[in-house]
Design a binder for this molecule. Sequence first.
Ligand SMILES: C[C@H](O)CC(=O)SCCNC(=O)CCNC(=O)[C@H](O)C(C)(C)COP(=O)(O)OP(=O)(O)OC[C@H]1O[C@@H](n2cnc3c(N)ncnc32)[C@H](O)[C@@H]1OP(=O)(O)O
Length: 721
Amino acid sequence: MAKKIGVTMEVGNDGVAVITITNPPVNSLASPIIAGLKEKFQDANQRNDVKAIVLTGNNGRFSGGFDINVFQQVHKTGDLSLMPEVSVELVCNLMEDSRKPVVAAVEGLALGGGLELAMACHARVAAPKAQLGLPELTLGVIPGFGGTQRLPRLVGLAKATDMILLSKSILSEEGHKLGLVDALVPPGDLLSASRKWALDIADGRKPFLRSLHRTDKIGSLSEARAILKNSRQLAKKIAPNMPQHHACIEVIEEGIVHGGYSGVLKEAEVFKQLVLSDTAKGLVHVFFAQRATSKVPNVTDVGLKPRPIKKVAIIGGGLMGSGIATALLLSNIRVLLKEINTEYLMKGIKSVEANIKGLVSRGKLTQDKAGKALSLLKGVLDYTEFKDVDMVIEAVIENIQLKQSIFKELEKVCSPHCILASNTSTIDLDVIGEKTNSKDRIVGAHFFSPAHLMTLLEIVRSKNTSAQVILDLMAVGKAIKKVPVVVGNCIGFAVNRTFFPYAQAAHMLTNLGVDLFRIDSVITSFGLPLGPFQLGDLAGHGIGLAVGPIYAKVYGDRMFNSPLTELLLKSGRNGKINGRGFYIYEKGSKPKPDPQVLSIVEESRKLTNIMPGGKPRSVSDKEIVEMILFPVVNEACRVLDEGVVIRAADLDIASVLGMSFPSYRGGIVFWADMVGPKYIYERLKRLSETYGGFFKPSRYLEERAMKGMLLSESQSSRSRM
Ligand SMILES: C[C@H](O)CC(=O)SCCNC(=O)CCNC(=O)[C@H](O)C(C)(C)COP(=O)(O)OP(=O)(O)OC[C@H]1O[C@@H](n2cnc3c(N)ncnc32)[C@H](O)[C@@H]1OP(=O)(O)O
């Protein structure tokens, strides 16, 4: 059945017209809604029986803002005329400048364009816990329905810039204290209180306030300039590669200096420029791609319901096990943490406590909630209590025999409905479950470190994993505030597999004579938070050395063998964990490049002997980015070709959340499509002619380059799902 969407107006005997937006699930402001609002406001303004107006949203949600699908259509077509005229025609003329008072009755959420409509009303009455914010910058644009002008006038400039630049929403309780919300009432009284408020304005018992005309919260010009100066510094820090933050500050400043209406006009102009920016294209893609991950064919569309998961056992209290335990406890799931002896168990419990204390000290968790979370944790040394757990997550070291024996044991001690998950990052799930008869309930739950902070959860399914088990794990993932991405079974799964050439390419470049600290700095300027060498330090070089052979076994034809990691370890540098790697790590200060590493690099260069003519290769920054990230794109192509992910956009989300690939570049595949498959293919081909198989373009890339297709265009031919 088609969903019912539209705008309705009902005029009561009291002379109040209630205009209601209906566009489930979030009442987004799609073009027909905007047309409907214009029509109803025109009508209400003209009708003699209407004294005052209340604007509200159906089904407990005011509005989630402008319809983001329209941005996507504009990106596909380049046609800006798809954007309806709202800011002046509807918001200023029909609403704010209406001679009849308009009151917003806000419940659930008023975000983006939704809050902007509410701010154009002459008062706002809200139910408790309504979410209010202007998150437009996360989509690469700025508020475009006058929000850059009205929010500062309602909550003050400092608070408004903070909310807009950081895309931070607030609850209606805080909004009430700030003056954004005029009255806070129980949900059941929302409409009656709003009607009354509107009539009070109409009859002169309450002030008729137009937000855009207010100046009482802006302060003096010099105060405003000081606040905007701080905002510019903040923007430089949080968004060095994005245009919308600085553009937004310019627009706010216009309104401060030349008045709100001038600000509204500039806002509309800048908004249109930003909609078409690459940043907006990338961020809008990420918005929809993230939501698409929760749609898994034959899992989420076959009428299955997730089973409740209330108690989880974790085997191994190391870095991963304790992080996973923390994430579960914080979402009120009981955890049994199993270790092999008391010493390790105490260590594991202490790590969980430290994770939770860290959140309290950073103000992210109250003491009360911390106490509640820790009360749900129990340490054990055997399997006695495993009989009533709903799920086990194994998080021991990457040792095939050990994992096989654990799963064999789990099959005996757990109930037959219990989900048996492994947090392995490299080992084939089929091999782990080889010695069991429970292959349908064996699944990979690949968390990223630190597991209580990183949001990606790769759910790895083997050919045998049942749809029910995948659905259950997806539900747990969401409950613990992760973004689950379902992937197929292969060495490295989606993220580690796609990014294994990342460090290798960096090692090759260094062995070709390029300064390793320059490589890190070029890659961080591109937008990744850590360059490949610093990332290696963070993971620990011991791990790199241990998993190398596992990758070499299957992907050996396209690996670059660098002696650098081994030499580094020989010199006692394991990375951040022991304070020394490529960088020096001292408590309380930023990592410092260690000049002593250069002699180790020299030794590596001698051993590999790949510098052309024995001389360091001179490369531009652009070449560094290409030589490091194009091999990653090439591997992403193989991941797509083999059907390791359901859709290319899943790999984008996995790269953004698992590797911190910049979201404003849309993820690894989206970025590659923007650069152009043909260009990437040609560059890799030329590089492979000089430097060999490491750069050899994959069949998938070659095919798409030849046919002029995008990498994201085609579905896999050989699905692993
Ligand atoms: C001119 C203006 O200034 C410009 C704007 O207003 S830009 C838009 C600003 N608004 C936003 O950024 C809000 C974006 N939405 C959200 O943050 C969240 O969806 C929410 C907090 C509203 C709800 O979250 P939650 O309940 O978890 O539901 P969520 O799964 O995210 O969304 C439900 C569905 O609504 C869709 N949706 C949410 N907001 C939407 C919007 N503004 N436009 C179009 N679709 C939207 C989602 O795509 C999803 O669709 P799907 O079911 O087909 O996948």
